[in-house]
Ligand binder design. Structure first.
Ligand code: 5MM
Length: 340
């Protein structure tokens, strides 16, 4: 393990005012998004969609790194250029999602445990040879009656950090993604309490399993009210609850925090990140960035709809979202940008 290389990669992933693009949907998730829009669910359409993303003009102006899935890292552009190389050519660092998905957790009704540790050491070696310099693993935590349980938190944190340690051994920066889902009617405060417990449990494991803080990126949820909670807090309230939670639980040695969007609208994901970077300017020890999938891709996907003729307009929409989030990192996003 080369610690200074890990540190340099982690810093590069959140450098300046750019962020990360999550384009690592598993085939099942990608197919689900395609099906909702009537797009054929084939390897060819997934390749065409990812080519549309990777060749978006100016993408490298807003994005430092892109997370790929196993299928995508093995695919190429139509001209034969591997997607990982096409990204590197425009200054975007390729990364890879290595978890095998969140599955029902035995003896824990309503809770999930993420699988994928078996054979991971060898898989990481292969992905590094394909050009990946960082990796991603997502743990999923559900809020409900009597959940999350201690067992679910501990098991997910343990697996997440075993993955992180293996990544660092292989020279890949781990993105550590413990996601507290937005589903439910709970208030913002409950999401904040659960997110604090989750982060505490994860960083306890990071300490126990000797993961180097300087060589990792945290990808958390924002602290939000449940989707069906009658009180939907303001952008500023969400910003305060989120950053205060992170300040309490995330060590200063972590170089960057890059949020997931979790199903928020694209505009809200930009506005909330923007408010955090304004309200806590100069008071955060880490870079506060984005690692969105839906909040960057969804508008473009809805325009693309599987047709070659729609590629330029879809790329414009994708660039627009990436550009808005870049502005949000500087605290310079505003709703007028949505009409420009
Ligand atoms: C939470 O999902 C991650 C961030 O995406 P959003 O910004 O849309 O919330 C995302 O990277 C996710 O982990 C991937 O899409 C892979 O998900 P699946 O479930 O297909 O492995």
């Amino acid at each position: 393990m080369n610690i200074s290389e890990l540190r340099d990669t982690a810093k590069a992933m959140v450098a300046g005012d750019k962020g990360l693009l999550a384009m690592d949907e598993s085939n099942a998730t990608c197919n689900k998004r395609f099906a909702a829009l009537g797009i054929p669910q084939t390897e060819e359409t997934r390749q065409a969609y990812r080519e549309m993303i990777v060749t978006t003009p100016g993408l490298g102006d807003c994005i430092n790194g892109a997370i790929l899935s196993d299928e995508t890292i093995h695919q190429q552009k139509k001209d034969g250029t591997p997607f990982a190389k096409a990204l590197m050519d425009v200054g975007i660092i390729p990364g890879i999602k290595v978890d095998a998905g969140a599955k029902d957790m035995a003896a824990h009704p309503g809770e999930k445990i993420t699988e994928g540790l078996d054979g991971l050491r060898a898989r990481l070696k292969g992905y590094a040879q394909l050009g990946a310099r960082f990796a991603k693993w997502r743990a999923v935590i559900t809020i409900g009656d009597g959940i999350p349980s201690r067992g679910c938190l501990e098991a997910n944190a343990h697996a997440l950090v075993r993955y992180a340690a293996l990544c660092q051994e292989a020279g890949l920066v781990p993105i550590v993604e413990p996601e507290v889902l937005m589903d439910g009617s709970h208030p913002l405060q409950r999401c904040g309490d659960v997110t604090e417990q989750v982060l505490q449990t994860v960083f306890d494991q990071i300490y126990l399993q000797r993961v180097i803080l300087e060589g990792m990126i945290l990808k958390p949820n924002m602290v939000l009210p449940g989707l069906t909670c009658p009180k939907q807090d303001s952008v500023d309230e969400v910003a305060d609850a989120t950053v205060n939670c992170l300040l309490r639980k995330v060590p200063a040695a972590v170089p960057g925090i890059a949020f997931l969007s979790g199903g928020q609208s694209a505009e809200l994901a930009s506005a909330r990140l923007n408010a955090m970077n304004i309200r806590f300017q100069g008071r955060m020890p880490w870079a506060l960035a984005f690692s969105y999938a839906r909040a960057i891709q969804q508008p473009a996907l809805e325009i693309w709809k599987g047709a070659d003729a729609n590629v330029p307009a879809a790329q414009q929409a994708l660039y627009h979202r990436a550009h808005c989030n870049r502005a949000a990192r500087r605290g310079e996003y505003n709703s007028a940008m949505e009409n420009s």
